[in-house]
Design a binder for this molecule. Structure first.
Ligand code: SAM
Length: 177
């Protein structure tokens, strides 16, 4: 399955930490790419450094506006999954979403334009209480991949954690200058 994420808008008070965490969760929970609007360019460096150390090919793309991306992805046969507390119950719809081949997951920051609800193939609620785009995204990514995202290898990593019961075990790959 190909999974991409679209993060729409930031709050009026810049919320770079939340935006960075949306990108990090996307990467660590198996998404391939994130599109972002109104973003501090430093976020690209932060995630770039993480890719460099911990591997993988996760891509951050800055965009001017969300609408052309949704249109383009629809043309490329992606299904649009919009996370919203008003949407269908995740427990009911997760099985159907798992069967899709290409997903664009849309998360908001503040109020999301009405049109997104209509453009989405699935509006999905992770519970019916307001919480956070970070938690909603993490739970959706886990439900649709059923935990298998954590079996994925990140290619060309300089560091790799060997899970251990106690302490820290990190494999460091030798690099030659
Ligand atoms: N009041 C805002 C609205 O109506 O769009 C909610 C903003 S919330 C802080 C930011 C984003 O988190 C939302 O756009 C949505 O993508 C996600 N979110 C928050 N709670 C959610 C829930 N219960 N289920 C699914 N997504 C949720």
């Amino acid at each position: 399955m190909v999974i991409e994420v679209l993060r729409i808008g930031q709050r009026l008070v810049r919320d770079d930490r939340v935006t960075t965490h949306v990108a990090l969760v996307s990467r660590a929970f198996g998404a391939d790419r994130i599109f972002m609007t109104e973003v501090n360019p430093e976020i690209k460096d932060t995630v770039g450094k993480i890719n460099d150390t911990w591997g993988g090919n996760f891509v951050i793309e800055f965009i001017e506006s969300w609408k052309p991306i949704i249109k383009k992805k629809k043309d490329e046969s992606f299904k649009i999954v919009h996370l919203s507390m008003y949407g269908e119950k995740i427990n009911t719809i997760q099985e159907k979403i798992r069967k899709e081949e290409k997903l664009l997951i849309v998360v908001g920051a503040e109020k999301v334009p009405r049109e997104i609800y209509e453009l989405a193939d699935y509006n999905v609620g992770v519970g019916t209480q307001p919480h956070s785009e970070i938690s909603a995204l993490a739970i959706l990514l886990d439900r649709i991949q059923e935990g298998m995202q954590f079996e994925k290898e990140f290619s060309n990593a300089k560091r790799k954690i060997i899970p251990t019961k106690s302490g820290k075990n990190v494999q460091v790959k030798e690099t030659r200058d």
